[in-house]
Design a protein around this ligand. Structure first.
Ligand SMILES: Nc1ncnc2c1ncn2[C@@H]1O[C@H](COP(=O)(O)OP(=O)(O)O)[C@@H](O)[C@H]1O
Ligand SMILES: [Mg+2]
Length: 309
């Protein structure tokens, strides 16, 4: 990758350090379910790079992709997998960063970000929690600043799609949000593909447990099907928390009533016991689903109005 140094050296250095994510290392295989989302993301991000000549004219690559859905369903994870699988330069920026970290410099930062992305093209700019850029909470001054950042962003997205962009050398925006209804029409229009990332289905819930216990011994009495059924309406993040809690439970049993000194003298092997069905049942009782039915309904309504898959 060639070195880029723009007119704004300090900002370039900052962006490189904070944002240019060269290898997050997440693969499609570590993400349970979401087959349709993976397919669409692949079509929008990976294929245009492999066969740039096909993606011309009416088949031009999309300018932007929005992933929306309740929290903890794998949106950030999917973006990281795109970074790994697409072999592009990948800029990972949260909109909280854009909006606040470099107060007063936000527009300059957006410009610099896109400038760098073009220099390193093909690139993907991932803006996580993009809703934070659009909401208008806080003082009027803040509101004005966020309006300016947003119009700079719109301008930059449009600028990435002139006629002079070489096939295979494009810059694409990938965005994620838990609050799609906060995104206004102008920005929504540029995020042409809008993919719903729902709560995991039964099969995905089983797969998630398998992924989580990949490196942990599990007792033969664990009834995966039964657990997966009981975790209906749990998000991927909730399920991961249940698994983590269950995985600690054996250690808790082994160390109960012992002093720290005694525990220190125990061998790792003595603390390690396979995860039992009972550990999982207890964890399940402790951890409730974090997403409300009302939230799901809101997402589904937005999907039927604005979703694109
Ligand atoms: N489909 C999934 N496959 C594997 N892990 C998942 C999945 N969905 C959620 N997780 C777990 O939940 C955590 C949070 O997911 P994240 O991608 O940050 O959610 P979001 O960005 O949608 O709020 C992940 O680090 C992972 O442990
Ligand atoms: Mg996220």
């Amino acid at each position: 990758m060639q070195e880029y140094s723009g007119p704004d050296e300090d900002l370039v250095a900052l962006l490189k350090r904070d944002i240019l994510d060269t290898s997050p290392g997440v693969t499609w295989g570590e993400i349970a379910g979401l087959h349709e989302a993976k397919r669409v993301l692949e079509e929008a991000t990976v294929l245009p790079l492999i066969m740039p000549d096909f993606f011309r004219g009416i088949r031009r690559p999309v300018r932007g992709v929005l992933m929306f859905g309740p929290p903890g369903t794998g949106k950030t994870l999917l973006a990281k997998a795109v970074a790994t699988e697409a072999h592009t330069s990948f800029f990972h920026v949260s909109s909280a960063t854009l909006a606040s970290k470099y107060r007063g410099e936000s527009e300059r930062m957006v410009r610099c970000l896109f400038d760098m992305a073009r220099a390193y093209a093909p690139s993907i700019i991932f803006i996580d929690e993009i809703d934070a850029l659009c909401t208008t909470r806080g003082a009027t001054g803040e509101h004005e600043a966020s309006r300016r950042v947003k119009s700079e962003l719109l301008m930059q997205i449009d600028g990435c799609f002139g006629h002079d962009v070489e096939p295979g050398q494009h810059v694409m925006v990938l965005a994620a949000t838990n609050f799609p209804w906060d995104i206004d029409e102008a920005l929504r229009r540029r995020l042409e593909k809008r993919i719903y990332i729902p709560l995991p289905e039964l099969e995905a819930r089983k797969e998630l447990m398998r992924i989580n216990f990949k490196e942990v011994e599990v007792a033969a009495d664990v009834e995966w099907e039964e657990l997966a059924r009981q975790m209906e309406s749990y998000s991927g993040d909730d399920i991961t928390n249940v698994c983590r809690d269950a995985a600690f439970n054996g250690m808790r049993r082994r160390t109960a009533g012992k002093t720290l000194e005694q525990i220190r003298n125990m061998r790792a092997a003595a603390v390690q016991t396979p995860v039992l069905m009972d550990d999982l049942v207890q964890a399940l009782a402790r951890i409730s689903p974090s997403v409300s039915k009302a939230d799901i309904a809101k997402h589904e309504a937005w999907k039927s109005e604005f979703g694109s898959v």
